[in-house]
Design a protein around this ligand. Sequence first.
Ligand SMILES: Nc1ncnc2c1ncn2[C@@H]1O[C@H](COP(=O)(O)OP(=O)(O)OP(=O)(O)O)[C@@H](O)[C@H]1O
Ligand SMILES: [Mg+2]
Length: 375
Amino acid sequence: MFDNPFILEPYRSKELFCDREAETQSIIQYLTNGRNITLISPRRLGKTGLILRIFDEIKSKGLPFETVYADISDTNSLTEFITVLSNAIVCKLGKKSKIKSFFKFLQSVRPLLGFDPLSGSPQVSIAFASESQKQNTLAELLNYLENYPSRVVVAIDEFQQIREYEGVNMEALLRKHIQHLHNVRFIYCGSKKHTMTDMFTNSKKPFYESTTFSFLSKLPVPVYSEFIKKLFLSGGKIIGDELVNFIIEWTRDHTYYTQRLCNEVFSKSGKNIKKEDVLNAISTILEQEKERFQEIRRLLTTSQWKMLKAIATEGSISQITSSEFLKKYDITSGATALRNINALLDKELVLAETTETATSYSVYNVFLSRYLEGL
Ligand SMILES: Nc1ncnc2c1ncn2[C@@H]1O[C@H](COP(=O)(O)OP(=O)(O)OP(=O)(O)O)[C@@H](O)[C@H]1O
Ligand SMILES: [Mg+2]
């Protein structure tokens, strides 16, 4: 058992997971009504956690869905996609007899079952002889799910990754098979908003208007604040409103960073938490991360680093080519600012958030932002 209640993994239990009740219920409602979902948010806000929370709710309420979770972030080809999805299915099936009947569906190939030496979880390996064999296997896999005795929800995490596959139009291929499925619903999840929206709202793309969108935002501060106090209390510690709000503000209510700071504060404090404990926790975290931040610095040009620091100092900024901003941070020209921002966006060091009126930029990693501010 772990006694620190502030989890640093996507999901452990409902009790240790803050809120997302409305999102959980509405997504389940959509799935029940036969819709597919596109779930989008910036990184480390809680998409994966929400999927697992939804799956937990489906299980605990005994809803008639089998759930399959496939994280395709590390895949680069159709072969790897098939392997990850097969593993996700096999993990669910557990029993040998069920795995056998799954393998029967994969008629084009001879899948082999092994076990991961570290985790002990079952692992499927498939050797393909040709491109068409891969495509047939994908169809057979989906056909298996279509014929599953209960309805199936498949969550594909980091879905935007399919655009990186070389030599195959994965969107077209997947869509071709998926559109005929009645028994399977999908949650397509991703953090690259631009790519994800293009996939599902561009009329020239295969997945055009095939899903209902869900944009996950930050947790409501009053709700998160109550949750944090409650978790400290559950571990026998008392923290005041002011300090909790300071933690949420300092971490910009960006879930992973807030959880990480709370975890650190919890681990290093006595019964009554003081401001000093929070400040110490902040120093510890920034010290732990320093090496990584310096590595980032080495990978950037001086001009890009300067731009990153300028954005961090502002917290959030939209007017990056204004003469005021350029002058304040000694940036040579608007063109330089634009070139740098594009490089930083590309490296996922800066987050762009667009509203109807403006696009604002902030340093993606909150700890890096706070570190840069302090330089
Ligand atoms: N509702 C929540 N309650 C408590 N902690 C949460 C919650 N949502 C997210 N977290 C924390 O934030 C971290 C990031 O969440 P998660 O991995 O689900 O985000 P994500 O949006 O999937 O990120 P990525 O895009 O990087 O995959 C989790 O490890 C957990 O510590
Ligand atoms: Mg995730």
